[in-house]
Design a protein around this ligand. Structure first.
Ligand code: 6GU
Length: 226
């Protein structure tokens, strides 16, 4: 997979991709993440990426030209499956959306800032718009890092079998069961004895029951009503 991220604040995106699982996925060449500074696609001396809104009003608007020039340069090199604009009014990022995107080969993520992008970017250049939740961030960069993390960890070979994404919360419509590690007792607080029993069938049954209980208590909306 390859993910190209378009931003006017490239520094904001550096560290999330240089650590831990996302770094390892790139080192193993399971994914290429390329961050593009939109200022490099401007044509004026000041390298302007935003301008005042037509009709007035507060806030700057990201201009279409640098975004389009960057997208066209990328499209000349390969075919993109989705060109995604990160926006708080987009489709909500769910596990199901992450699963879908993990099956794609080439993605472009566009990070908005200021009051957003010129609407013509959304009308003519973008194939999909994604939000990471119902709250407003200062820009799309952190949201793009969240989306990338959710997608990259699903790629075959990124996680070990043990930590496989198949056992994640949400992957089966339930939240994950409680986990414990040594010591078995701490300040009198006990680990559930079944987990120390060495009986895999009983442990599996306990985990499933625990998942169901936790989902009902914490996220009742996840339990499908039929
Ligand atoms: Cl994708 N962008 C911004 N700016 N705010 C958000 C968001 C995206 N998703 C939730 N809030």
């Amino acid at each position: 997979m390859r993910i190209d991220i378009l931003t006017c604040l490239p520094k904001l995106l550096e560290s999330p991709f240089r650590e831990s699982i996302l770094k390892r996925a790139q080192d193993k060449q399971l994914v290429t993440v390329q961050i593009h500074d939109l200022r490099d696609y401007t044509t004026d001396a000041h390298r302007t990426t935003d301008d005042y809104a037509f009709g007035g009003g507060a806030g700057m608007v990201m201009m279409i030209e640098p975004i389009d020039r960057c997208i066209q340069a990328l499209k000349a090199q390969r075919t993109y499956d989705e060109i995604i604009y990160m926006s708080p009014d987009g489709e909500l990022l769910t596990q199901s959306v992450a699963n879908q995107l993990s099956l794609k080969e080439h993605l472009i993520l566009i990070c908005g800032h200021y009051k957003g992008v010129d609407e013509r970017v959304r009308e003519h250049l973008v194939t999909r718009e994604v939000s990471i939740g119902d709250y407003v961030l200062s820009g799309g960069e952190l949201a793009a890092a969240v989306l990338s993390d959710a997608v990259i960890r699903l790629l075959p070979g990124v996680l070990s079998d043990e930590s496989s994404a198949l056992t994640d919360s949400f992957q089966d419509g339930l939240v994950a069961p409680a986990v414990y590690t040594r010591p078995a007792e701490y300040r009198g607080w006990q680990v559930p004895p079944v987990l120390l029993s060495g009986n895999p069938a009983k442990i599996e049954a306990w985990r499933h029951e625990n998942s169901l209980d936790r989902t009902k208590k914490r996220r009742p909306g996840l339990i499908k009503e039929d």
